[in-house]
Write a protein that binds this ligand. Sequence first.
Ligand SMILES: C[S@@+](CC[C@H](N)C(=O)[O-])C[C@H]1O[C@@H](n2cnc3c(N)ncnc32)[C@H](O)[C@@H]1O
Length: 245
Amino acid sequence: MSASERPSERRGAARTAVVWETLRPILGDGDTSAPALDVLDIGGGTGGFAVRVAGLGHRVTVVDPNPDALASLARRAREEGVQVASTQGDLSDLAQSMPEAGIDLVLCHGVLELADDPAAALGAIARVLRPGGTLSLLVAQRNAAVVARAMAGHFGQAKALLDDDTASGRAGRRFTLAEGRELLGGAGFQVVSVHGIRVFADLVPGSLVDLESGAAAALVDLEHEVAQRPDYLPLATQLHLVATR
Ligand SMILES: C[S@@+](CC[C@H](N)C(=O)[O-])C[C@H]1O[C@@H](n2cnc3c(N)ncnc32)[C@H](O)[C@@H]1O
């Protein structure tokens, strides 16, 4: 069974397809003669994004506090035959681990939720970006977490989460779109695009996507269709905000 035929890969594709499509033009749109970018993947973990971006010819550095994740990243990069630099560090010491204004694109996917101080973290990211550089920010959306709690019958938890902007549990903090915009504006970013990620992917039973022929591709298609429709944005598990400074 090839990677793309594996159920877990198909479900992963449904979750990340819209993010990749949004990043495509920034990463050169498949044009191998486009200039290589300096890319920082902060909290890049095991390199799901970083290795693929490096495979497009860009110079990628992953900064992550977890040494096990960095070891998996190194293995994955070796297997794919690409170079990815890595440093053990985190959002709070970015100024020490990265030079100022040297990065074209920062990926901050699923990490701002875990920052002690999201405003300070975005300020640190702004400092490592070149003027005109781009931030790809993927954050958990609070609305969707409320819906998920309610659908699981945890009504008290859903109610408590409605206005809770503090970090809790392993998932950390969750953001509304207004909070995301305000944080980015406060750090000097202009938001260029907003996409809803995983509008349906987490609501659909996994077995349906795994077993029904063509379902995974149709789900990806549907996710693309709704990602920028304002009516569907509040349902998305994650928000993908692309911003420049
Ligand atoms: C949910 S995973 C996301 C991994 C990857 N960015 C992705 O989208 O697949 C969160 C990652 O953030 C890292 N992390 C946790 N706290 C962090 C912090 N304060 N600064 C930077 N990275 C952090 C974790 O080690 C983990 O690799």
